[in-house]
Write a protein that binds this ligand. Structure first.
Ligand SMILES: N[C@@H](Cc1ccc(O)c(I)c1)C(=O)O
Length: 207
């Protein structure tokens, strides 16, 4: 599932729901939050826990490893982004008779589904960027907006899962896996200049 905006309307599409899953049990629930008050409460919960994580819970090594990313416990994006998607992994499902339905390979399944979701957001963003760059060239007008498509952040709030699950009224079999803020980047947004590993470092071929 991913979201995109056409004029003021939001359209929802089932991209993540095309993911494969263990025994085709589809062990996931995606909560899409656009309500301002809920977003405020989510931010409050996340910032409260992350402040403890950064200040004492996680220790010096953790904060040192994160330093290059320049993250901290302030999570403005949780109230600024128009949409938050909270991806929940279902530890088990329910049978028609109310009994427990076993979910297989839940971690892989939710990871694949979120990967497809993030890819769908990025592809859409890339298509829009190509379109707008082409338009700038065609009409030979640099004042044409340097348009950037939808973006997201793979946010992994620590120790907030149960509180966020309860806030959204989700059942106990659901465990928060990922929180994706979705929206257009601010005009003055910056990103860390992260270097990628070389192909030779990550690919081993056996021909
Ligand atoms: N979840 C925290 C910290 C964090 C952030 C990025 C990251 O790659 C890792 I590992 C941890 C936060 O959102 O700040």
């Amino acid at each position: 599932m991913y979201l995109f905006f056409s004029s003021s309307k939001v359209k929802k599409r089932n991209e993540a729901c095309t993911a494969p899953s263990g025994a085709h049990t589809e062990p996931w629930t995606f909560c899409v939050v656009s309500n301002d008050e809920l977003k405020r409460q989510i931010r409050e919960i996340v910032e409260r826990e992350e402040e403890i994580n950064y200040k004492k819970r996680m220790g010096k090594r953790w904060t040192a490893d994160l330093k290059p990313l320049r993250t901290d416990w302030h999570k403005d994006y949780l109230t600024e982004a128009p949409y938050l998607i909270l991806a929940f992994k279902q530890e088990y499902g329910r049978l028609p008779n109310g009994g427990k339905k076993i979910h297989y390979y839940k971690d892989m399944s939710i990871a694949i589904a979120c990967g497809i979701l993030i890819t769908a957001i990025q592809v859409r963003s890339t298509i829009k960027q190509i379109f707008m760059t082409t338009m700038r060239k065609i009409i030979k007008n640099d004042s044409f907006p340097q348009y950037c498509g939808l973006v997201t952040l793979t946010s992994t709030p620590l120790n907030c899962g149960p509180a966020l699950r309860q806030l959204l009224g989700r059942p106990a079999n659901e465990k928060l896996a990922l929180l994706l803020p979705i929206g257009y980047p601010a005009a003055d947004a910056t990103v860390p200049d992260l270097q990628r590993k070389q192909l030779d470092d990550i690919l081993v071929e056996f021909e």
